[in-house]
Design a protein around this ligand. Structure first.
Ligand SMILES: [Zn+2]
Length: 477
């Protein structure tokens, strides 16, 4: 499996990229990134750098962050200023070029806690990272979003150590991981990568979708069990997502001081003013109560596009907001299949007339991406609760790579959505990665507009991305 970056934003190839990226990110919501490449690499010693609590660096924009060192320095700064926790002393960052280097040079203590499929971890006041897993294989650019999330998560473990001090109390694994996840989501927010409320929204949508598989916190205590679950289907949801939401609930109820107290004492009941067994029950109830409202019935048929139909979106990616225009230019046939030709941001996309599924992407009159089946974000007629599998192979002819996109789609409900173009009645569609269970993207389809009024992608080569409709123009039937 190969994925690659793109710098154009669209409804097309980015999806695959994000999909595959997300799969790599798979079991690891953030603690670690799945190791991508079987290495026949040469082991070279890690680069070791020292960071003090004063090495913080606050970039004016997240786009200024280019290196691992800047990610860690920015993390230290925003944790200190926004979350108001400081690591006690200095911190050492070990960066290994590849897995072979890690296997050869990492201290035994770190290695023993790092399963094979994983890219790094924290131990005491050290953070160990295997850099090859954060590099885009095409360009060798660093995937800053992944790095921020992983480094901030590991820094969360370092903070725990700093808070609990010398006589480190024992807290359950789910709590440590949930706290690290909470720190990571806050750092992504503070640096302008992804708003915290959207991170939390994603976690909650995931818990709702997988509700019948969510485990009780009681089952997540044991480290071996935890590691085994992470690599199972929907493993990221059962471990990291569940733990992060549980810690979020505790912090919301009792504040960060309660967490600090818990790290120091290891006594749940006095720290959070409730017995542990009660919280376990409360949390089960919380998950069960999420999103219990009854969605209304609806049924929608496929619209007809006409040449001239135009949608203009406000596109938000980390550190940047701009406009993207999308226009149906004509109808055409591709290998006998009737298609709409759509132009967007310098690219041309062919959508099947029958399904409105994206089939072919072109640039400068050349096919650059080909799918064996159309990308079925929509499935006609749309009705409440409808589920379908959106699965296809794609081939990137420019970069000579290929891959497989495999998502479960669900039409959740129909509701009013406000975007800059106005208030629309829209069907909410969610896309879940069929391997790790994570929510990959969300779409709001409006029959009035004949396309999406809003869409969100959680993991793309550009980072967290959102489109909102600014204006539209279409031909009457
Ligand atoms: Zn962790």
């Amino acid at each position: 499996m190969v994925w690659f970056t793109t710098h154009k934003s669209d409804w097309g190839p980015n999806h695959e990229r994000k999909m595959t990226l997300n799969r790599w990110f798979a079991a690891s919501i953030s603690c670690f990134t799945v190791f991508l490449f079987a290495a026949c690499d040469v082991a070279i010693p890690p680069k070791i750098e020292e960071f003090s609590p004063s090495s913080g660096y606050k970039p004016a924009s997240v786009t200024q962050i280019k290196t691992v060192e800047q990610v860690l320095a920015a993390t230290i700064a925003v944790v200190k200023d926004d979350i108001r926790i400081e690591a006690a002393g200095s911190l050492r960052l070990f960066t290994y070029d590849n897995r072979a280097s890690f296997d050869h040079y990492a201290p035994a203590a770190s290695k023993s806690t790092v399963p094979r499929h994983i890219l790094g971890g924290a131990s005491g006041n050290e953070i160990h990272l295997i850099l090859s897993g954060f590099q885009d294989p095409g360009s060798n650019d660093l995937l800053i979003g992944n790095l921020i999330e992983v480094i901030a998560h590991e820094y969360g473990h370092v903070l725990q150590q700093a808070i609990s001090g010398q006589n480190s109390a024992t807290v359950p694994l789910w709590f440590s991981e949930g706290f690290a996840g909470w720190v990571a989501a806050n750092v992504l927010n503070s640096l302008g990568w992804q708003p915290y409320d959207i991170s939390l929204h994603r976690f909650e949508r995931e818990l709702i979708h997988h509700r019948q598989h969510v485990l009780s916190l009681l089952e997540l205590d044991d480290a071996n069990h935890w590691n085994a679950i992470t690599v199972k289907p929907n493993g990221a949801i059962k471990t990291y997502v569940t733990a992060t939401v549980a810690v979020q609930n505790l912090i919301q109820a009792e504040g960060l001081d309660a967490v600090k107290n818990y790290f120091r004492t290891g006594i749940f009941a006095s720290s959070f003013r409730t017995p542990w067994e009660n919280f376990v029950r409360e949390f089960d109830g919380y998950v069960a109560r999420l999103d219990r409202q009854k969605p209304g019935e609806f049924s929608m048929t496929k619209p007809e596009w006409r040449p001239g139909d135009t949608w203009v979106y406000r596109r938000t990616i980390p550190g940047k907001v701009d406009r993207v225009q999308r226009t149906v230019v004509k109808e055409a046939r591709y290998e006998g299949i009737p298609c709409y030709v759509v132009e967007e941001a310098g690219k041309t996309f062919l959508y099947t007339r029958q399904e409105l599924g994206q089939l072919i992407d072109m640039a400068e009159n050349t096919v650059i991406t080909r799918r064996d089946r159309p990308n079925m974000i929509l499935n006609w007629p749309l009705h409440q609760g409808k589920e379908w599998i959106n699965s296809y192979r794609f081939e990137d002819l420019k970069n000579r790579s290929s891959g497989h996109s495999d998502r479960k789609m669900i039409a959740i409900n129909s509701d009013a959505v406000r975007v800059p173009a106005g208030l629309f009645n829209a069907v909410k569609i969610e896309a879940f990665d069929r391997t790790n269970g994570r929510l990959v993207s969300e779409y709001w389809y409006s029959p009035k507009v004949k396309w999406f009024v809003k869409a969100r992608w959680y993991v793309t080569s550009e980072g967290f991305k959102e489109y909102e409709l600014l204006e539209y123009e279409y031909r009457a039937k």
